[in-house]
Design a protein around this ligand. Structure first.
Ligand SMILES: [Cu+2]
Length: 469
């Protein structure tokens, strides 16, 4: 589509989207047990207790910076804690047993590593936004050309909680700004996840979908550590190919316990691996640093057809863009947030461990020689199986399908390998042990070599780096 046509089209549908959005605004309803959302430290401005934000009525918030949602600094002040590993909002509240997250679903644009702009359906993190701001948070205003686009990002916001925590996840359907003819419902559906109630399954025929302009708070009672993939289950093949995919991982309650395994002491674990004190496998899933990898792929022909109101071809789906965490190499190793062609933050997470300092600067974290890296790997692919390998760093698969690899009598069934192969919806927990590994840069990549590209032959799609120092 030429840029002029696209501009006009985007303005028109943006207007339609706004009308739909404003009509449906009353449907937004957050159900985090208010007022639990933790705010930034405010230098004791809230007296003895922690600052709180009432998402329904910000004027009642105890944090002075969180009373007026129209104040441009509102979202700067009212931030939940960021997870030091992912840089993502943790959703932690003043109740340590409750995590509250809020996402919208709609459309947007992402940039591929070769510079190609791709239209997507997707989710957008609005954790901590008050109800009155959620519909408007779902679009991005570009001051350069005055256009509105959807603010969906890819991969979807990463969700995480700890075993024993309850997760309240509000999904608000803000509609497609560039496909207002599609008034689809959306849902959140997990693979292999024991739901608190079947109503939260997200399979639209067995439970229900969230209609345009409405919201639902999903409730999860997290009892089983592991790596899970989640996706929208409405028009599933289309919505998944278009980008409505994400990862949830549940951290084990065993974290914080000090266990020694093979002469090394650990405080962090992939799973609860110590059934009885003194068991030979206690601490066997211990690690020093963790990160996650999402295998994803886009078919640009399918996305263009969906963007331009054409019939989409399911049988010929062909993911020529393959990615880790929504980016193709070398974007995978850029620790910063990627912007799309509208300068909207579209791909937030790199595909290598990174940290965020107090000023918000991001830097990649190299792995000190001898440490163990735990990767939560999930495949969100809709079209193909991918084999992924790391040359030079020994790997051990300790979890598969969100289960610790143990036999019924406790036999250790974890295995050393040089590669793993996943289809869509599968996940593994992989320990990379850098003991004896010389310092240097190591590549983790798909061996499906025809897909190790960004469409053209330059660079690689599903590839990232692990730096050992
Ligand atoms: Cu959907």
């Amino acid at each position: 589509m030429n840029s002029q046509l696209r501009l006009v089209g985007r303005f028109t549908v943006g207007l339609c989207g706004l009308l739909l959005a404003s009509r449906a605004n009353a449907g937004v309803y957050l159900q985090c047990p208010a007022p639990l959302l933790t705010q930034n430290a405010t230098g004791g401005a809230c007296g003895q207790g922690p600052c709180t934000l009432d998402p329904k009525n910000p004027a009642l918030s105890t944090d002075p910076g969180c009373k007026n949602p129209d104040d441009p600094s509102f979202f700067d002040t009212c931030k939940v804690k960021l997870d030091p590993v992912t840089g993502e909002p943790s959703g932690e509240t003043t109740d340590p047993t409750v995590v509250c997250r809020s996402v919208t679903c709609g459309d947007g644009h992402v940039n591929m590593a070769d510079g190609n702009d791709i239209f997507i359906f997707g989710f957008h993190d609005v954790t901590n936004a008050p109800e009155s701001k959620i519909m408007s948070s779902a679009y991005w205003f570009n001051p350069d050309d005055g256009t509105l686009t959807g603010s969906a990002e890819f991969s979807a916001p990463t969700l995480f909680a700890r075993e024993g925590q309850r997760l309240y996840l509000t999904l608000t359907n803000t509609g497609f700004r560039e496909r207002p003819d599609l008034t689809d419902a959306h849902t959140i559906h997990y693979h292999g996840f024991p739901n608190a109630g079947s109503v939260f399954d997200g399979e639209p025929m067995a439970s229900f979908g969230i209609n345009l302009g409405s919201s639902l708070t999903y409730f999860y009672d997290n009892k089983n550590p592991g790596t899970y993939m989640w996706h929208c289950h409405v028009e599933a093949a289309e919505h998944m190919q278009m980008g409505m995919l994400g990862t949830l991982y549940i951290l084990p309650a065993q974290d914080g316990t000090s266990l020694t395994y093979q002469g090394r002491q650990y405080q962090k674990f992939a799973y609860d691996d110590c059934p009885t004190p003194g068991d030979a496998m206690c601490g066997s899933t211990g690690y020093d640093l963790t990160y996650f990898l999402q295998e994803t792929g886009f078919d640009p022909v399918f996305h263009l057809a969906d963007h331009t109101y054409q019939k989409v071809n399911f049988a010929n789906m062909n993911d020529t863009y393959t990615m880790f965490n929504g980016r193709g190499y070398p974007d995978t190793v850029n620790p910063g947030v990627l912007l799309n062609s509208e300068n909207a933050p579209s791909q937030k997470l790199p595909a290598l461990p990174f940290q965020v300092d107090a000023q918000g600067n991001r830097t990649a974290i190299p792995i000190p020689h001898g440490q163990k890296l735990l990767l939560h790997v999930s495949s969100l692919e809709t079209e193909a199986f991918y084999t992924v390998t790391v040359l030079g760093i020994p790997m051990r698969i300790v979890g598969q399908g969100a289960q610790l690899l143990r036999g019924p009598t406790g036999t250790n069934t974890s295995y050393a390998t040089s590669s793993f192969t996943l289809s869509g919806g599968e996940g593994v927990d992989v320990l990379l042990d850098t003991t004896g590994v010389p310092p240097g840069t190591y590549f983790i990549y798909t061996t499906n070599l025809n897909r190790l590209s960004n469409g053209d032959e330059d660079y690689g799609g599903m590839m990232t780096e692990i730096v050992v120092i």
